[in-house]
Design a protein around this ligand. Structure first.
Ligand SMILES: N[C@@H](CCC(=O)N[C@@H](CS)C(=O)NCC(=O)O)C(=O)O
Length: 201
């Protein structure tokens, strides 16, 4: 398999953490890519020009991290990271959606800050920040419901917290979310998290 890869993309990190936890990372070859430059081969494989994009061994292409993770879990012969059925499955997928939502809002904030200063909207930034803060409060207040098993949901939340630290370290989310901070500091020690730490380009 080949993966269009960027070292700073939290969605790529999510796929890699998932692949490592599923024991599949060595089957993936990276195609280092800058998706913002409309790389022609990425565009040919994904009209949205986004990473992660996975090329399967037979040449078929998958995109969007939830879809890629579903595919990887179908190859995973160990403990499934996406529960196959029942409430466990829906809760794991919902947790993934919450983590992805934090990421989407944080990435939008990051991109907004790259626009010329006169075009930046503080209202837009505040809206995204509020969504992130509400999601963090939810995670803190409901931690007992989601910390039990390693799933796609936990992996996504961990990558989202890692991204907040990477791009918005001054926000100091740990002060208001001590239980979440404790969980994350332990989760971040996993090999999968250690070897996928984002690097500034
Ligand atoms: N929902 C997608 C989001 C992927 C995404 O937004 N990737 C960013 C990099 S962090 C990207 O490739 N952006 C390029 C663009 O939007 O043109 C996923 O989960 O894979």
């Amino acid at each position: 398999m080949k993966l269009y890869y960027s070292a700073t993309s939290p969605y790529v990190r999510k796929v890699y953490v998932f692949a490592i936890e599923a024991g599949l990372d060595e089957k993936i070859e990276n195609i280092v890519t800058n998706p913002w430059l409309a790389d022609t081969s990425l565009l040919a494989d994904n009209p949205l020009s986004k990473v992660p994009t996975l090329i399967m061994d037979d040449g078929a292409v998958l995109y969007d991290s939830p879809v890629i993770c579903e595919y990887l879990d179908s190859l995973n012969t160990g403990q499934k990271l996406i529960p196959v059925a029942g409430m466990e499955r829906w809760m794991a997928l919902r947790l993934q959606a919450l983590g992805d939502g934090i990421l989407d809002a944080a990435v939008m904030r990051f991109l907004e800050r790259k626009r010329p200063e006169v075009q930046q909207s503080s209202d837009w930034d505040a809206t995204q920040l509020s969504a992130i803060q509400r999601a963090l409060v939810y995670l803190e207040n409901n931690i007992d419901d989601w910390v039990k098993n390693l799933t796609i949901g936990q992996i996504t939340v961990a990558c989202a917290l890692g991204y907040l630290d990477f791009r918005f370290s001054s926000d100091k989310w740990r002060y208001k979310q001590p239980l979440l901070a404790k969980w994350y500091s332990s989760f971040a020690e996993r090999t999968s998290m250690q070897i996928t730490q984002p690097q500034s380009s």
